[in-house]
Design a protein around this ligand. Sequence first.
Ligand code: PGA
Length: 249
Amino acid sequence: MNPFFILNWKSYPASQEDILPLCAALADWRARVTSGTVVMCPPATLIDDTQKCVAADERLASVLIGAQYLDADAKTGGLTPAMLRAANVSAAIIGHSDRRAQAGETNADVRSAWQQAIAHDILPIVCVGQPAPDGSFAGLREQVLGAFEGASATDVAQCVIAYEPVWAISTTPGARVEESADIVRAIQVIREELRGATPKAILYGGSVTGASVSNVLSSGAVDGVLVGRASASPDSLTELHEALTPFFS
Ligand code: PGA
């Protein structure tokens, strides 16, 4: 397996000073562990500073820079694929629940975004997840069907899908990593709704930490993790690295 580790720093780092120790921790880990795909997704204002960190440290040469969202069309505050390519961004999180809730992103927006990303050679990391625990996974099915409506198997093969149950994301009160049996079931549901198409990778995201990541990956259902809060502080990032190492060897 080609394991994936996506660091979604959200808006936790505010300045270059905040990202330097994160880049240093990641560089120490990548000096020892070179396999897999690692994507740092800084806030838009820190993309340039993050590029400078990567350029200054050859241990980070294999690490990709990702955006936290992508807009298919030009708009106030938008980040278009052309802007991202010009900033040397090579991946983008698409359809995160924060964007669906706060920026009103719909499945149609998500669809246009991954299509535009592929057209501009940007790796799409498409987030899907039900808003509340739901044994029938109806919300998850609806998002997968809507986000990939009309997609060919070749399209899907170019997308990474991140399963992110909204209630498990750390900004939600009481959030906790979903039970591994439920993760396994949700991934089955995603595969069912993709109707035989196989994505580049399927990831889990939602309150993952160094303490929980082994459990998530040992389920064997996912190819990696998308981590928010725990990836945005040097100590918890270092704990994550230690726990991830066996899966990246
Ligand atoms: P979290 O974030 O790890 O802080 O729960 C995951 C995400 O929202 O992508």
